[in-house]
Design a protein around this ligand. Sequence first.
Ligand code: BDP
Length: 618
Amino acid sequence: MFPRPTETRQVQSLDGVWNFCLQQGSENGFKSRWFETPLNQVTNDLERMPVPSSFNDITERREIRDFSGWVWYERTFFIPSTWTDGNILLRFGSVNYKAHVYINGKNVFNHTGGHLPFQMDITKLVRISSQNHISVAVNNVLSNGTLPQGRVVTKNDSRKPNTTFTETITRFDFFNYAGIHRSVWLYYVPKTRIVDITVITNTESDLSTGIVSFDIATNSKDEDNHYWRIGLYDRDDKSVAPDQAKPNGKFVIPDANLWWPFTMHPIAGYQYTLSIRLYNKTNNHLIDSYYQKVGIRNITLSKHSFNINGKPFYFRGFGKHEDMNIRGRSMDQSMILKDFNLMKWIGANSFRTSHYPYSEEIMDEADEQGFVVIDELPAVGLVSFQRPLLEQHLMTARELIDRDKNRPSVVMWSIANEPVGNVPESAEYFATVATEVRRLDLAKRPVTAALANNKVDYIVPSLDLLMINRYYSWYSDPGYVQVIQGYLLNDVRNMAQKFHKLIMFSEYGADTIPGMHNEPTTIFSEDYQVEYLIENHKAFDKLRAQGFLIGEHVWNFADFMTGQQITRVGGNKKGIFTRDRQPKVSARLMRCRYWGLTNVNWTTVHRQGFSLCPQMIY
Ligand code: BDP
């Protein structure tokens, strides 16, 4: 449950500037108990570090940018003197990759895996009457047992004898940003409280009656002494159905406002509020309350379409990254809102959280603005499938589903991106992950994965539908856009015939240096990107006519930083927008394509300039 303040709950942010240092060479902050003393007493090398942020690009020090190993964060904080009756929780939105958390010198929690929240109870460790100290040791090393995988190699610094440095080799191209990436909260909650909420929505076949089923859990051992008041309210705060008195049940809403994706209905992203209140029977005091947003919609797969509220939904959008200059992979509200505005401008209706779960703030915005999300686990480029990795994969799936299970925006779970295809044991591995995801998600969203080529026989049986990443005339035959249509049509028709599953494009794209132009086109120019996209779109349109293609996501929304590789000039440049969110020439092409794929003809769109854009410019 996201830390939201209510009548019974209070929130205090620990975001701000923390102290920071690297643990280098022979130093061992655990043995030397760095968590017990202020960091300025153990090192002269202290930096001031913003939270949330990646640490890599904040300083002018190369060894911090490229660091592999443990880093230490610390700060002090006060607890309000009124926080005496309840419990005090500490919650991190995400820390990449491992975090060991200490409060006043005591280890309170260790967490493995970035991109997902974790929370701990620190009531017994904090002092109300004086300052408290928090330190967090963070490790960003990737191995065969981490999700995603990677490895660290040690190299000699030839300028100084016996001096080494390390390089992280990743199985993905995006920069391995690390640090406290999302907000840190102190959350004061009642001792007896709501601890979990599950909401499942549906519509009756008339599509106008909405059903909201709910199940609420508490940590109470004394249920008999409590009573509930659970209500459902519309956007104007009007009750839409009689209140209920049990922690599980169902609301039936005649003439419901359904949650529709952007461009599918004039009101996109409509959400109700489930008001949950727990009272004490003896004195009628409010024990706890929480307000959960609810979007009513249903998802079905039919032979030829992916349906939302019974209507075919065609995915138009992007593979993205959480990536921005200076702050790296940090949660950043300005970036989030800018990205949603650009996606609306261009006529997209969906995105994939490639290649890891995105911040709750992004997901909230998708719920709110009616963007459809394919929620991806951080399983990118897996090459080996041992038991410890599987355990981590399952744990991450549990954490993600626990976090996002109530979100109307989330319509599918993607359990991997481009795993290698020729390892027989991956069949059982993915079957186990997919089964667990289906077990955990009571809303039974479809399970999918993004596949790089045709060697997918081991994973496909575990998937409800297929996402495919294809780069004809980029990674093969670069410069020859004339190959695209033939190869794509052949490849995708074969897949459709072989597997009999719905298919969507989850990646296609070409690196493009903004400002580079030529005719006839050559790779890396803006003109080549446009030509490349047009040829792909022609193939998509032919495939669409055959009834198994359910969408297209271009790679990538914006340019993003990568590790240093000779195939990347200042990062991956396949963005339709630059890293600072300005349009390349291709943005207008995509705008025509995406709006052209809608049935929308509303005045608002015309006002935004859509009427200037011919339906199909090619
Ligand atoms: C795909 C990967 C994606 C890369 C992309 C590329 O899924 O993460 O960024 O290639 O090379 O294979 O641009």
